[in-house]
Design a protein around this ligand. Structure first.
Ligand SMILES: [Zn+2]
Length: 432
């Protein structure tokens, strides 16, 4: 009964909070300015009705304003993950994808809601979900979250991935073709490519995701060109899963907005991307994640260590070269694994640490997950920066995020979404 009462009280306070004019003054020890890429000390943030009204060291608390002292915290804009798969939860076995795809749609939405909440709690206030979401379950989840009853990030969605025949797989038994039909939109020629983009737009997607290559197949130049042209005519961006240099280069030349993964990019392709303003979403992993993932496929000891090291050395080198050539980087986790020891939220936010582990400074990697991502979403006038007039999507990390990045990044004290504290770790509010 006491439990029920406290649950009711919590519900009531959440509702009144959402309805009353929400005026907050928050003191932080450090604040990350994502445009300048600098940390400012001892700042106050004044928020009214979900919008940031003022930032500065000397803001006075007016009557009726709730004061929150987070002087032990570092504030950043709400983090953005440009590559999520909230509608799939996949074991690392050979048939992992098949089993995950057989989960009924209603269950996948339910699971997606849980992952959305987990992502919000690690500070991800916006995600771009790009495929492996059945038949437009991402659109359905986005609508569900937009109702405001369930907690989760703002979603941008792609619908089924446009792919060459056979989907994203190397080889698959004919009996498993249901996975391809359910999870992909197979493209058969340029006219069909145009149709597929128009179908997706009708369903309400925000971005087109193409699978440019698999082990042995690629979209043709005519197909990718038709996709890009049709999407851009309708003001929809296109991003391409491309794992090889050849496929990435073809996609860049066809005019895609971004490359996902790009494990194998040559200097020439990176230079081309910098010239054309094509961004890169490096879906990398931390050292700790690499160890767990490699052990998950059954490797042990020195074999596991060597394998993880080989992979990480490769992607670190690719990221450093991309940065060196002036390619715009956006943070994207691609974390969809059902694996012990790596919850969804931690797995997702870890990608930002992976960029730092590659040798990129903290003030740069945070921009990948804030300002740069907001710009690519066409939303930099409302998210991605803590400044006057922006939506109050803000994360407060315990400690000094600039100095203790690897620790503080995983220690969230509070998350604000539209000015509402959606994740308070412990009670810190005082009404001075
Ligand atoms: Zn992916």
């Amino acid at each position: 009964m006491r439990l029920l009462l406290s649950a009711l009280l919590f519900f009531y306070s959440t509702i009144t909070q959402a309805q009353s004019p929400n005026r907050l003054l928050i003191q932080v020890g450090k604040l990350y300015d994502s445009q300048q890429k600098i940390f400012l000390n001892n700042q106050k943030i004044f928020i009214e009705n979900g919008i940031i009204k003022e930032i500065g060291p000397n803001i006075k608390k007016a009557a009726g304003v709730k004061f929150i002292d987070l002087s032990q915290c570092t504030a950043t804009p709400g983090l953005i993950d440009m590559h999520t798969h909230l509608l799939i939860h996949q074991k690392q076995s050979d048939d992992g994808m098949i089993i995950a795809s057989k989960v009924p749609a209603s269950e996948r939405i339910k699971q997606g809601l849980a992952f959305a909440k987990e992502n919000l709690e690690v500070g991800l206030t916006t995600v771009r979900d790009i495929g492996n979401s059945g038949q437009y379950l991402d659109v359905a989840l986005k609508k569900e979250l937009a109702k405001g009853k369930a907690l989760g990030p703002t979603m941008y969605v792609s619908g089924p991935i446009l792919s060459p025949p056979g989907g994203q797989f190397g080889k698959m038994a004919p009996a498993d073709s249901f996975v391809i039909n359910q999870e992909y939109r197979v493209i058969k020629g340029a006219d069909d490519a145009r149709l597929a983009v128009l179908e997706h737009i009708k369903h309400g997607v925000d971005v087109i995701k193409v699978c440019m290559n698999t082990d042995n197949r690629m979209l043709t130049l005519d197909e990718i060109s038709a996709i890009v042209k049709t999407a851009h005519e309708n003001n929809i961006p296109v991003t391409a899963h491309a794992t090889t240099d050849k496929s990435a280069r073809a996609a860049v030349l066809a005019g895609v907005n971004g490359i996902e993964h790009g494990y194998d990019l040559s200097d020439n392709t990176l230079i081309l991307m910098a010239q054309r303003g094509t961004y890169l979403v490096p879906t990398d992993v931390t050292k700790e994640q690499a160890k767990i993932l490699v052990e998950g496929i059954g490797m042990r000891g020195k074999e596991a260590e060597d394998y993880a090291k080989g992979f990480l050395d490769g992607v670190h080198d690719r990221l450093r070269r991309a940065v060196g050539k002036g390619v715009t980087i956006l943070s994207g986790s691609d974390f969809y694994n059902d694996i012990k020891g790596l919850p969804r939220g931690k797995g997702a936010v870890g990608v930002i640490l992976s960029y730092h582990e590659a040798g990129i400074p903290v003030n740069e990697v945070l921009q990948y997950a804030t300002y740069n991502a907001a710009k690519a979403l066409g939303a930099s006038d409302s998210i991605g920066t803590i400044k006057k007039g922006m939506k109050a999507d803000i994360v407060f990390f315990n400690g000094d995020l600039e100095k203790d990045f690897g620790t503080a990044l995983f220690d969230v004290q509070m998350v604000l979404k539209d000015g509402i504290p959606v994740y308070p770790k412990r009670k810190t509010e005082t009404n001075k």
